[in-house]
Structure formats: structure tokens, C-alpha cells
Write a protein of this length. Structure first.
Length: 363
């Protein structure tokens, strides 16, 4: 990769890392408030400002301004931020992408200038229109660095190749390598990434909180905002202290919260979750609310909420990624409600952990 920014961060400053905002301006602003982002802090936006959410244009505008007014704000590119390059290269495939994906920054820009796109549209003309009105934004997006290196950290959207000199990682790998936490790297610093929702790595209690792998020196921070049913926007926070850097995190999501009115004790044998790829299920015993299933992909036994099991021609599968864990709650706990539309049990999030509680605990 060619675009590496070296950055020297004074060793008393807090570093806040946020990735995969995906067009969620309001969530991003709430998160900055929640971490009490101040003039003393460094803010690293770890790629994927655009796509999937409904206000990519607003996110880009807001962060461009933030960066222009604050030398401590730094942004790197994610794969979703590089899509405008297809347009600049006049690649006709981008027209098909824009016709099938409603939530794209380019569609928001086109709507803003009242240009109706169709599969017949010429890529040259769309490019000319957007360049006329948004050249500043397009230029900014294409000039973002691929990685930022500080004394102790490397910030990159997806990951590094497992090679002697990490700087030889190709740009495509840096912004789009999948499952980096299952791989390894040879840089002798922590590598902080987004891109791959951390929920994909969990096999026990589903959580979208950042994962720190001390041995591999990888920190995965993508909370699956706008990608996962229970997704959230994470802030990973590095706070220096005399004994070294402290790591912490916080998050925001769009779920309503409620106060627990009755204690619920989880059955600890109800654990695990269904995540990306492993949707196939073999039902073993159907209960009133949950069905004990075997997950052929992992050989795990899981209690799957009946409403989340679909019968397809090829067999049974999960409707989407979902927790199969029960979680305990105490009276007065504040929890977020992810799904209260099922019979008997509600899917909630407590301190970032996702699972089921009996409905009488919350209503
Ligand atoms: Mn990404």
C-alpha cells in the first residue's frame, strides 16, 4: 500500500477509534457525546464511513469538517469508501450497483441534485454530474490514507498480510481482507481494525463489543452497526497511564431501553449463537418457545427461538444471525430491547451481551 500516514501522538493523549459508521450520522454524533470527545483527544475514524445506512453524505460532510477544523482527527479508507473509484474509472458495473443498492453515498448525491439513475444511464454522464457537484468530497474520499502508523499502533480498515514488512500489504487486502482476527501479522505493534463484525467471531454469548487479542496483537472494533440484527457502533478508547495504555470501550445503538422489573435467572446450558455462514439447523426437540437444534456447520447444540427457524426446501435454517443464549438480569438493570415480537421471551442486550429473557422480566 502506498498511502501510509505516520502520526506522532503525544503520550498523554487519549485515542478514540471508531470504525464502520456506515451512514449513521446521528449514532456517530451520539457516540462522540458519550465518550465526551474533547479538544485533548485524538480521533481515528477507521474506515467505512459510507454505504448501508441512510446518510452517508451527511457522515462524509460532517467528518470532512471535523477533520478540517481539528488536526487531531484522522480518517482512513474502508472498502466502502473506495466505491467512488469505480465511477472515476468509468466502470459500467457501478451503475448496476447503484440501481440495486439504495443506500449508497452516490445515490444520495444523485438524489440531492435531482438526477434519476436507471440501468440505461451512462457511467460517463453520472460521473460528470457527480464530479460537477461533489468533486471536493470525491477527491477527499480517494485521497484518504490506507493506514495510519503511530509509535504503538497501526490503524487499518480490514487487516494486514502476514508478511515480514507489513507495509508491503496490498491496498486491496488492507481494506477488504476478511476475518483478520483468525489470521496473524508480523508487525510488532497492535493492529486496530474494523470491517469484520466482531459478532462473527463469537461462538458463546453473542456480543458486538470490541475484541482484544493480546497474543496476536489485534484489536477488532466493528460492532456490526447496520449489518447485524443486534449491531452497535463501538468506540475503542486508548487511555495512557504511567503503567502503560489502558483499553476500554463504549457503544451506542438504536434500540429502545427499558428497566428490568423482575429478576430472571438464565439457564446456563442455553448458550451459543448463530452467526454468519452457519445458518443450517437440524431440529432435535421442539419446545413451546425454543427448539433444541444441532448446527451441522459447527456440531454445536443450540436452543433456537422458534420464530427464528425457517423451513426451506433444503431443510431447516435460521432466519438470521441470532443469539441462542439466555442472560440473567436483575431488577433495575437497564437493558436494550432488540426483539420483543416473539412469544414468551424477548431478545435483549445488556452491557453489549445479547440474549433472551422471559418477557415477565421486562413488562
Ligand atoms: Mn468494510
Amino acid at each position: 500500500m502506498d498511502k501510509i500516514r505516520e502520526l506522532s501522538i503525544p503520550n498523554h493523549a487519549r485515542i478514540i477509534v471508531i470504525s464502520d459508521i456506515h451512514g449513521e450520522l446521528e449514532l456517530f454524533q451520539r457516540l462522540l457525546d458519550k465518550v465526551q470527545f474533547s479538544k485533548e483527544d485524538y480521533l481515528i475514524i477507521n474506515g467505512d464511513l459510507c454505504e448501508k445506512g441512510s446518510n452517508s453524505m451527511g457522515v462524509v460532510q460532517y467528518i470532512m469538517e471535523l477533520e478540517a477544523n481539528n488536526p487531531k482527527v484522522h480518517v482512513i479508507e474502508g472498502n466502502c469508501d473506495t466505491l467512488v473509484e469505480y465511477l472515476l474509472n468509468e466502470d459500467q458495473n457501478i451503475i448496476n450497483y447503484l440501481c440495486t443498492r439504495k443506500h449508497s453515498i452516490m445515490n444520495e448525491w444523485l438524489e440531492n441534485i435531482g438526477y434519476k439513475i436507471s440501468s440505461e444511464s451512462s457511467v460517463k454522464e453520472v460521473k460528470e454530474q457527480l464530479w460537477r457537484h461533489f468533486s471536493r468530497e470525491i477527491k477527499w474520499l480517494t485521497e484518504l490514507p490506507t493506514a495510519i502508523e503511530t509509535d504503538h499502533y497501526i490503524f487499518v480498515h480490514a487487516g494486514l498480510e502476514d508478511i515480514e514488512n507489513w507495509k508491503d500489504t496490498s491496498r486491496v487486502a488492507a481494506i477488504s481482507i476478511p476475518e483478520f482476527l483468525l489470521k496473524s501479522h508480523q508487525a510488532n505493534k497492535y493492529v486496530i481494525v474494523g470491517h469484520w463484525p466482531v459478532g462473527n467471531y463469537t461462538s458463546k454469548t453473542l456480543s458486538n463489543n470490541p475484541i482484544i487479542d493480546q497474543e496476536k496483537k489485534i484489536i477488532a472494533n466493528d460492532g456490526g452497526n447496520n449489518v447485524k440484527l443486534s449491531g452497535q457502533l463501538n468506540a475503542f478508547i486508548i487511555t495512557p497511564s504511567s503503567s502503560g495504555d489502558n483499553f476500554s470501550h463504549t457503544y451506542v445503538d438504536r434500540f429502545p431501553t427499558t428497566k428490568v422489573i423482575k429478576q430472571f435467572n438464565a439457564d446456563s446450558s442455553w448458550t451459543g449463537s448463530i452467526s454468519y455462514v452457519n445458518y443450517a439447523l437440524t431440529p432435535i426437540e421442539k419446545g413451546e418457545h425454543f427448539t433444541l437444534c444441532k448446527q451441522p456447520g459447527t456440531d454445536q447444540l443450540l436452543y433456537v427461538k422458534n420464530e427464528y427457524i425457517l423451513q426451506k426446501d433444503r431443510g431447516y435454517e435460521a432466519k438470521e444471525e441470532v443469539s441462542c443464549t439466555q442472560i440473567s438480569v436483575e431488577k433495575e438493570d437497564i437493558v436494550s430491547i432488540i426483539d420483543d415480537s416473539c412469544a414468551g421471551y424477548a431478545l435483549i442486550k445488556k452491557d453489549g451481551f445479547v440474549g433472551w429473557v422471559a418477557k415477565e422480566a421486562i413488562e
